[in-house]
Design a protein around this ligand. Sequence first.
Ligand SMILES: *[C@@H]1O[C@H](CO)[C@@H](O)[C@H](O)[C@H]1NC(C)=O
Ligand SMILES: *[C@@H]1O[C@H](CO)[C@@H](O)[C@H](O)[C@H]1NC(C)=O
Ligand SMILES: *[C@@H]1O[C@H](CO)[C@@H](O)[C@H](O)[C@H]1NC(C)=O
Length: 191
Amino acid sequence: MRVLTLLSSLCLLTTILLSNFLCNGSNQHFSCIETEKNALLKFKQDLEDHLNRLSSWEDEEDCCKWNGVVCDNLAGHVHEIHLRGFDSIGYHQIPTAADLEEILRFKLGGKINPSLLNLKHLKYLDLSNNNFKGIQFPSFIGSLSSLTYLNLSRSGFEGTFPPQLGNLSMIRYLSLGGFSEDKKVSVENLK
Ligand SMILES: *[C@@H]1O[C@H](CO)[C@@H](O)[C@H](O)[C@H]1NC(C)=O
Ligand SMILES: *[C@@H]1O[C@H](CO)[C@@H](O)[C@H](O)[C@H]1NC(C)=O
Ligand SMILES: *[C@@H]1O[C@H](CO)[C@@H](O)[C@H](O)[C@H]1NC(C)=O
C-alpha cells in the first residue's frame, strides 16, 4: 500500500515537473534573448524620449513585448524596430501651437547607440519623423547587414550618407530623404 502511494506521488511529482518544464521551455521561444535585450536598453539610454514612449522597455520583462519591438516567433530574435514619430497628419483642423508642441515632444532625439549592431537579425528599422537635431548619419548602420527596410527620413540627420550604406545588400526599401527643410544633404556618396 505504501509503495503504491509512494509510486503515485512520484508520478504526480514527475508530471508537475515535466509540465512545468515543457511550459517554460515553450515560453522561452517567445521571450527575448538577453544580449539583444541589453542592446536595446543601451540604445534606449542614448535616446531622448520626452513623452516616455519607451516606458514599456523597463516595465516589461520580455523585450519582445516592448513598444515598437517585433521578434521572430520561433527563435525570439529581434526582427523589427518601429519607432516612427508623429507628423501632423490626422488633425482635421489646423494644429494649434499646443498640438505642435506635443508632436515635437513625441519625437525621439539624442544619439543612435551602435549597440544596435548586436541585433544580428534586425530586418526592419524605422526611426523616421523623429528629431535627431542635425547629428551625422550613424555610419555603423551600414553594418546591420540583415536590414531589408531602413527609414531615417524626416528625422533630422545631417551630412553625407555614409558610403557604408552601400553594404546593405539585402535592402529593399531605403528612405533617407526629407530631413529638415532648410538643410542640404549630399547624396553623392550613395552608390
Ligand atoms: C516555470 O515558470 C514559472 C513561472 O514563470 C516559475 O515559477 C517556475 O519556477 C518555472 N519552473 C521551472 C522548472 O523552471
Ligand atoms: C518613411 O517614413 C516617412 C515618414 O514617416 C513616410 O512618409 C514614408 O512613407 C516612409 N517610407 C517607406 C518606404 O515606408
Ligand atoms: C562597408 O563598406 C566600407 C566602405 O564602402 C568598406 O570599407 C567596409 O569594409 C565594409 N564593411 C563591411 C562590414 O562590409
